[in-house]
Each structure stands twice: as structure tokens, then as C-alpha cells.
Design a protein around this ligand. Sequence first.
Ligand code: ADP
Length: 165
Amino acid sequence: MGKRVAIYPGSFDPPTEGHLNIVKRSVQIFDEVIVAVSESIHKKYMFGPAERVAIWKSLLKDVPRTKVDTFRGLLVDYVRGKGTNIILRGLRNVTDFEYEIQMATTNRVLNDKIETVFIMTEGTYSHIAASLIKEVVSMGGSAKGMVPRLVEKELRKKILESNKK
Ligand code: ADP
């Protein structure tokens, strides 16, 4: 059997300790993990795709067998284009579960070769959500422990910029 490559897609706006934990654990299972930053035209992001990619690249510089990429359009087509059939997602709670089972099922209807594999969050990461972190930091709170140092710095920079506008 060839190399097992898993695609970890997401908004990652911005990447959090929870996301990073999923990647670090998944490279113990797969031969390679490609973090695929989404560039959906329907979503409004705080960080542009190039910024999210740059952040991921620094976070993963010492994590072997990982790559960072962007994708747009149908995920199943992107995954097949990478020559694999494995989508990796993280699960925090039942809300994630309901959303994720719907997506995983839809992706299988679109392409029945696709398998979505889930990794459960670890206890200390289960409350971490990028959307909440953005809210906290924009109101002057600290995201310490929820995002890597580098991300905290980038978040603060972004919020200062947007306050100037
Ligand atoms: P999306 O917009 O595609 O849901 P996210 O960036 O919110 O992208 O999340 C990407 C994936 O990471 C999803 O599978 C999500 O459930 C998972 N995830 C998000 N936060 C955590 C966390 N704290 N622990 C584990 N998995 C997480």
C-alpha cells in the first residue's frame, strides 16, 4: 500500500492549540498530513489565506511529515487531486458531531471513495474555538494557552489594525 496521506481541511481563522494538537497526534497515525486552509468566497475571515498558511508553516516547522496548502471549491475534488481519500477532522462536542456527520455523509454521497477520520480533542483543548478567541481578544482579553504565542501576537496586531480603521 502507498503512503497514507490525510487532508486536514478547515478555516483555521486563526489556528489554535486545539488544531495544532490534532495535527501533532494525526502524524502518529498517517504518513503525511496536509493542512488545507479553506478559501471559501462565502465566509468572511479575519486572516487572509496567505496569512493563515504562513502561521501554519511556522507552527509546523518542527513537525515532520506535514504540509500546508490552500483549497477552494469542493473538498472531495481537492482530496482526490492530492491522490488520497482521507479527510481528517477534529471533534470537540456533540455540536461538532452533528455538523461533522452531515458533512462526512455529504462528502461520501459526492464521492464514495472518501473516508472522514475523526480525532477527539484532548480535555484541555475541548473549549477552544477560533471564533470565541477572536471575540475575547477583540475585547481586550487574553488568548493565552488557547493559541500559540505567535498566533496571539498576530491576533493583537490584526485587532489594532482594525481599530485604526
Ligand atoms: P471549519 O470552518 O472547517 O469547521 P475550523 O477551523 O473551525 O474549520 O475547524 C477545523 C477542524 O478542527 C474541525 O474539524 C473542527 O471540529 C476541529 N477543531 C476546531 N477546534 C478544535 C479543538 N479545540 N480541538 C479539536 N478539534 C478542533
